[in-house]
Design a protein around this ligand. Structure first.
Ligand SMILES: [Zn+2]
Length: 186
C-alpha cells in the first residue's frame, strides 16, 4: 500500500546517496581515495565481521591493526587503537576538530555539514578523511596479505605528504588562511 511513510522509505536511500556523492567526489578529490571512501560509506569493504558471516565461525575476526577487537567498519577506521592514533595526530596537526562519534554516525554528520562546502579548508578536511580511510585500509591489507607492518607515525606522515603534494599540484590554495598555508607549507 502506498503511504507517505513508504514513499519516504523509497526516496531516502537515493537522497542520502546523492548527498554522499557531493561529499566524496568534490572538486579536489583524489580518485583512488574517493572510490575507497564511497565503498566505506556504503559498508562495502570486506571487513572480517562480514567475511565471517559468509564463511562461518572458522574465520578469525580479530583486527590485525590492534589484535584486540573484532574488525568492523566502525572499529577499523576510528575506534581501533592504531587507527585512532593516526586520526587524532593528523587532526591535531591540521587543526581540524571532529565530534567523537563512531564511524557510522560520523560519516552522516560529515556529509550533512560539509558536502557542499567548497572553500579549500573544507576540501582539506574531506581529503584528510578520505586519505586516512585509504591508508588505514591499505595498511590493514599489507599486514593481512604481506605480513608487513608500518608504524602509525609513518602512516600519518605519508597521509600528510600525499595531501600536501595534492594541494601543491592540483588544488587552488588562494583562499586558504595563512595559518593553514603554514601548516601545509603551501
Ligand atoms: Zn583494531
Amino acid at each position: 500500500m502506498y503511504t507517505i511513510q513508504s514513499a519516504w522509505e523509497i526516496t531516502r536511500p537515493r537522497h542520502n546517496t546523492c548527498l554522499a556523492h557531493e561529499f566524496i567526489w568534490h572538486v579536489g578529490h583524489i580518485p583512488r581515495q574517493a572510490f575507497m571512501l564511497w565503498l566505506t560509506f556504503n559498508q562495502r569493504l570486506q571487513t572480517l565481521d562480514r567475511v565471517q558471516r559468509f564463511m562461518g565461525p572458522s574465520i578469525s575476526t580479530t583486527c590485525v591493526l590492534c589484535g584486540e577487537v573484532e574488525e568492523s567498519h566502525d572499529h577499523l577506521f576510528l575506534l581501533c587503537r592504531y587507527s585512532s592514533k593516526i586520526w587524532r595526530s593528523l587532526n591535531a596537526r591540521a587543526h581540524i576538530h571532529w565530534p567523537n562519534l563512531p564511524w557510522s554516525r560520523l560519516k552522516l554528520w560529515a556529509i550533512g555539514r560539509y558536502r557542499n562546502k567548497r572553500k579549500t579548508k573544507f576540501i582539506i578536511l574531506k581529503l584528510l578523511l578520505a586519505s586516512a580511510i585509504y591508508d588505514i585500509w591499505y595498511e590493514r591489507n599489507r599486514r593481512s596479505f604481506s605480513n608487513q607492518f608500518t608504524p602509525a607515525k609513518k602512516v600519518e606522515e605519508d597521509i600528510f605528504q600525499i595531501i600536501r603534494a595534492h594541494l601543491i599540484n592540483g588544488v587552488k590554495v588562494d583562499d586558504l588562511p595563512p595559518t593553514q598555508r603554514l601548516i601545509w607549507e603551501v
